[in-house]
Design a protein around this ligand. Structure first.
Ligand SMILES: [Ca+2]
Ligand SMILES: [Ca+2]
Ligand SMILES: [Ca+2]
Length: 415
């Protein structure tokens, strides 16, 4: 006769009676033993969960694909990440419950909840939302109170231990921005790529006026040692007097402008520098190239105009106001506009903005994209924009970059 019926999982479900019954009879509490039925339940649950997370992490659900197209490269990336996630978050969690229960000589097996798993899969495929209630570890026997506590604690504890090594970071494959860069430019960035550029020594041919390079991105750490001297100062503005001195409708836009949050602070929110690192990284790349070409005094001739186009209040790390950023760069007489982002369909208005910048003689640089696809993202693919793709360390096509004839070449005009 059963005396205890308990379920422990990270979701408290109510399985039907049959789920408790120990089919595939096992010796009570034999440590590490699995019945055939249990193995089939674990395998099925893991396979379905993996597919759920794949659709979500790769942003390939029906809703998103309808608007933006299905991306096989993101799907593959999402699949690999999902296998890792399901092993870490689900498998080790459930096995910790099970092995702890077996340690106390209790019968203990995992049982999936197939109906709940199929609902999760349908939700994930259609909307990208994951409701993960895969099942639970059951145990039977007569545990003492503290043993029940240990069994309950084992699962979450396994997740906490696995989450501890913060050195492992996995970028979301859905992000438009390049995410393989490091925040601390000096200490971590490999200089190999710069060596491949064969940059000329231009220290004897410095520009006769200050060249303004507008960088449109998520945020900028203006106090960074590498960037401090290069940051643009709007000469028409008086600092912090709450007056729009230069009459461009933006108060105190001294060092660029935060278009998404409508303020003059383009820095990342304190504490979120790692999430908003990309703009600082792009500037660091530009500064490194300038110093290699023009020497240590490069900051006298080149200034970086930081334009922040991702809100402090978003959890969705996508550039939101990129084209408005191009408009602002034009008002500040930028010579170069750097757009290390792209994607989606381009509206007529957005095309007109790029066209007017090109017609003003501004050099616009756009990244082709981060996916293995023979199409190039906007604004990079638009006429007059210099489209940049990536290569691997053997200078071959890489699956981390878009490619194709739209990448800048002789057929695609660039002024
Ligand atoms: Ca102003
Ligand atoms: Ca002012
Ligand atoms: Ca701000």
């Amino acid at each position: 006769m059963e005396t205890f019926r308990k379920k422990y999982s990270f979701h408290d479900i109510s399985p039907r009676e049959y789920m408790y019954f120990p089919k595939g009879t096992l010796e009570m509490g034999k440590k590490g033993s699995f019945s055939r039925l249990e193995l089939s339940h674990i395998t099925t649950a893991m396979m379905i969960l993996t597919m759920c997370f794949t659709f979500t992490l790769s942003l390939n659900n029906v809703l998103w694909s309808y608007m933006n197209g299905f991306n096989i490269y993101r799907f593959q990336q999402g699949f690999v990440l999902s296998i890792i996630a399901v092993f870490c978050a689900f498998f080790f969690h459930e096995m910790s419950h099970k092995l702890t229960a077996q340690h106390y000589r209790l019968w203990s097996e995992f049982r999936m909840n197939l109906k709940s798993l199929l609902i999760s899969l349908a939700l994930s495929i259609t909307t990208g939302f994951v409701f993960a209630a895969p099942g639970a570890v059951m145990f039977r026997g007569e545990p003492r109170i503290f043993e029940e506590g240990h069994i309950a604690l084992a699962g979450p504890l396994a997740n906490i231990i696995l989450a501890r090594p913060s050195t492992i970071s996995i970028a979301s494959p859905g992000q438009v921005l390049n995410q393989d860069a490091t925040y601390n430019i000096e200490s971590k960035l490999s200089y190999w790529a710069y060596d491949q550029l064969d940059l000329p020594d231009l220290s004897a041919r410095v520009p006769s006026r200050t060249i303004i390079i507008a960088v449109i991105d998520d945020a900028f750490s203006l106090s960074h040692n590498d960037l401090r001297d290069f940051i643009y100062q709007n000469q028409g503005e008086v600092e912090n007097n709450s007056i729009d001195d230069d009459g461009n409708s933006l108060r105190d836009d001294i060092n660029g402008w935060d278009i998404s949050d409508q303020d003059n602070n383009v820095n990342p929110v304190p504490g979120r520098e790692e999430a908003y690192y990309h703009g600082t990284f792009v500037c660091g790349t530009i500064v490194t190239i300038l110093k290699r070409c023009y020497g240590p005094n490069a900051s006298k001739y080149f200034k970086i105009l930081p334009i922040k186009v991702m809100s402090d209040n978003t959890d969705f790390p996508f550039i939101q106001d990129g084209y408005k950023g191009i408009e602002y760069a034009m008002t500040q007489n930028a010579d170069v506009i750097c757009c290390s982002w792209g994607g989606g369909e381009t509206t007529e208005l957005q095309k007109e903005i790029v066209e007017s910048a090109v017609n003003k003689g501004i050099a616009i640089i756009g990244s082709a994209g981060n996916y293995y696809s023979e199409t190039v993202d906007s604004p990079s693919k638009l006429n007059g924009v210099l489209s940049i793709a990536g290569v691997d360390t053997l200078l071959r096509k890489t699956d981390a970059s878009n490619y194709g004839s739209e990448v800048n070449n002789r057929e695609k005009p660039f002024n």
